[in-house]
Design a protein around this ligand. Structure first.
Ligand code: NAD
Length: 359
């Protein structure tokens, strides 16, 4: 029996979580779910969107699967998702993007794995609000140290990139490449402009790459990478990126394989792993039983592999591939037109997968 922390999230999170829980149970692998709510509703009830009980549960169970959690834009509490990754030091965000036959895409040959550094960069959460004492002090300090002036009416976010965190994410990308017989790792950066943060990311990437002569290494500047991925994605294999670029490229890569509804992910550290889709809570569809549960279900496949339940993982992955190929029991985003009346519901997709696995 695997005891797993289950975080339903908010918005459409609870619907896709329920679908995922049902298909995971249908694989026959025994699970005991430790259900832990987090997010906006919890914030109103418990005064924090991420109570200690959630962290304690993951520390206890070591593994969690979570639905997306809404983050207020601009003001309000910090992202539960980012905070969770930082507290548990889940430094590798691993996001495979692979085309399934039958998915509605412009490309039919994508097989990328994104390694996004998950704990630092502009997501470190070190920010100073406009007109705050902190912002004023930072402006004075920068003027004193560099002679450069920052406008007084500025908000400031700090972008730390360390040798330690870069080394471990690049190593994770190479280790994955080796284990999964992949051919190439591309380090993505903007080192021409941010010489001391992205420059360090590149320098450390090159150093780590020397330990893996069996795997090709190259680097690309982020803006060029965006164009390359749209024009010739088949040239790329594993991408390793600092946090912000990794976040953005993850959505771009999801677009290449048919949309966010199909892009799974895992946040992995030394002791803990939290599996979640790349997408957010899509709140406008909340309660409609409409959105695609496959990204979270495929995150469940990643979790099964992490647990060593390879047979169950292959069975579930095959069932997903089969419903995508048939194109009947898929949600609106995977139909030729989004208003297709034959679109399956979120729970309907789970039913179809469960039926496939039973055959
Ligand atoms: P989003 O990923 O929630 O949705 C963007 C659009 O993508 C949706 O409007 C929808 O058209 C499509 N989409 C997303 N998931 C889908 C699915 N499962 N099936 C079909 N279509 C899907 O991004 P957003 O609107 O920018 O963010 C909404 C909220 O989610 C924000 O508060 C954001 O902070 C949060 N968020 C959370 C996570 C997380 O929990 N890890 C990740 C990203 C965003």
């Amino acid at each position: 029996m695997y005891k797993i922390t289950l975080i339903p999230g908010d918005g459409t999170g609870p619907e896709i979580t329920e679908a995922t829980k049902r298909v995971l149970e249908a694989t026959g692998v025994p699970f005991e779910w430790d259900i832990q709510n987090a997010g906006e509703e919890v914030y109103h009830k418990e005064g924090t969107p991420l109570p200690d009980r959630v962290i304690e549960s993951i520390r206890r169970n070591k593994i969690a699967i979570k639905g997306p959690v809404t983050t207020p834009v601009g003001t309000g509490f910090r992202s539960v998702n980012v905070t969770l990754r930082q507290i548990l030091d889940l430094y590798s965000c691993v996001r495979p993007c692979k085309t399934y036959k039958g998915a509605k895409t412009r490309y039919d040959n994508i097989d990328l794995v994104i390694f996004r550094e998950n704990t630092e960069d502009l997501y470190a959460g070190i920010e100073y609000q406009k007109d705050s004492d902190g912002a004023k002090a930072m402006i004075d300090l920068v003027a004193k140290l560099s002679g450069r002036s920052i406008r007084q009416d500025s908000g400031i976010s700090i972008k730390p990139i360390s040798v330690f965190c870069t080394e471990r994410i690049v190593r994770a990308a190479f280790e994955y490449a080796r284990k999964n017989k992949r051919r190439k790792v591309t380090s993505v950066h903007k080192a021409n402009i941010m010489k001391y943060s992205d420059g360090l990311f590149l320098e450390v990437s090159r150093e780590v790459a020397k330990n893996y002569p069996d795997i090709e290494f190259e680097d690309k500047i982020i803006d060029n990478m965006c164009m390359q991925l749209v024009q010739k994605p088949e040239l790329y294999d594993i991408l390793v990126l600092p946090n912000l670029y990794g976040d953005i490229i993850s959505d771009l890569a999801a677009g290449l394989i048919g949309g966010l509804g199909l892009a799974p992910g895992a946040n992995i550290g030394e002791g803990y792993a939290v599996f979640e889709a790349t997408h957010g809570s899509a709140p406008k569809y909340k309660g409609l039983n409409k959105v695609n549960p496959l990204a979270m279900i495929l995150s469940g496949v990643m979790m099964l592999r992490h647990l060593g339940e390879m047979k169950a993982a292959e069975m579930l992955d095959k069932a997903v591939a089969s419903i995508i190929k048939e194109g009947k029991d898929v949600t609106y985003d995977m139909k030729p037109a989004p208003d297709d009346p034959t679109s399956a519901t979120t729970s309907g997709v789970a039913d179809a997968i469960i039926a496939k696995m039973a055959i």
